[in-house]
Write a protein that binds this ligand. Sequence first.
Ligand SMILES: Cc1cc2nc3c(=O)[nH]c(=O)nc-3n(C[C@H](O)[C@H](O)[C@H](O)COP(=O)(O)OP(=O)(O)OC[C@H]3O[C@@H](n4cnc5c(N)ncnc54)[C@H](O)[C@@H]3O)c2cc1C
Length: 439
Amino acid sequence: METTPATISPAAAGGAHRRHVTVIGAGLVGLASALWLQELGHEVTIVDPSPPIGNDPWQQAASYGNACTFAPHGVVPVSTPGLVWQVPGMLLDPASPLAINWRYLPRLAPWLRAFLRAGREAEVQRIASTLATLFSHADTDWQPLFQLAGASHLLRRKGCLYLYKSEAEYKAGEYDNRLRVQHGVRLTRLDAAQVHALEPNLAPLYHAGVLHEDAYTIDSPQQMGEALAGAFQAKGGTVIKGAATDPMRSRTGMEITVDGVKHTTEHIVVAAGAFSGRLARQLGDPILLDTERGYHVMFPDAGKLVQRPVCFVQHGFYMTPMADGLRAAGTVEFGGLSAAPNPVRSDVIRTQVGHLLPNAGASGKTWMGFRPSMPDSLPVIGNSPSTPYVTYAFGHGHLGLTLAGVTGRLVAELVSGKAAHIDITQLRLNRFSRWGGKI
Ligand SMILES: Cc1cc2nc3c(=O)[nH]c(=O)nc-3n(C[C@H](O)[C@H](O)[C@H](O)COP(=O)(O)OP(=O)(O)OC[C@H]3O[C@@H](n4cnc5c(N)ncnc54)[C@H](O)[C@@H]3O)c2cc1C
């Protein structure tokens, strides 16, 4: 892990031209971008129909319903060699962590082609190395924001436990674990007795485990969002409640429309998570962004049964202890942004938790949200290739909580015209053009 502290001070503005910047989206990526932009001296407005402020629900944001885990072990992209052979079996098994709404398949096809292509060995190495670079700054770029927001007490540093049910499954996981080690992830291999010593309340359905040491959790993403938004407002930031539409160039800079009212601004940051695609298209930048829908089920009385997020790899979700119980969150459903949640998907999680954590008790609320997913598991962070005064920050897939801090700092650097503290060439929006032109 990189240890250089990401200092926040007014001097950090470094004399950059102070601009009025409008951030579209108040998920973790938008909030972190807004705070870093303020730190570099800009005047910032956030636009979001449901920001984490007051009594407003934040549930539309993936940042609300995730598995609460800062996960620098996530260097393994979703698409890996051999996945293509596993997918048909997984789609046919109703209890598997992967599902598809078949009616959505035609629309998903271009994304799926790029997804499979991203799973080739050479691509996987490139992607893992890019993610590892981002992770090496992810904690140091989050910490100043947590402190600014007075939210450091929400962090719980106990790592994250991956469990394998059989020797065969453990061996199959070796590709991922080797990739992690190769890219600097600290992990400890555990036998069944060691797993039991760490997490005695789990049903003994595991054969072996791996503890990812550098992972930590956020006790309540909702409280974290409120704290970040509060810090933003306390520093003079403005929040407009409403959906931004029709971003475009105006005579004086940029313009967006919110609930029929036009707003002018000098620079736009598109950080609307899975909903960023339409805005990017309107700005002249077609993009292969889709969504991997994820689910969570709460178990209000089970918050103390495990000490850290536990993931039985086969089932594709985390069981994370948090302030208001245990959250079982994850799985992937391809189905786009408009279809209603599929209750079968939360039933699958509920049933598995009953087996894995027998004393979990009754389940509570369920939730479905939209991971903003690029086919190569890398976010888009960069300036628009076609419209000046537009910066993109979306597509964080399974890793947006982990990568929001470093993304925010990069966004602020880009808007300020400063050199980015990380090479972000691999994150450019039009990176797929080398695979065959336009999308
Ligand atoms: C089940 C699940 C588990 C996950 N677990 C983890 C985990 O443990 N660790 C991790 O690092 N990541 C995890 N993730 C991924 C992570 O939650 C996302 O990558 C991250 O939240 C994306 O943040 P975001 O700010 O880009 O988007 P979002 O959080 O989705 O926020 C987008 C915001 O944009 C707003 N918006 C949309 N359209 C407009 C518009 N037109 N105008 C204005 N605002 C608009 C929305 O209201 C929303 O508030 C998980 C995701 C899911 C679904």
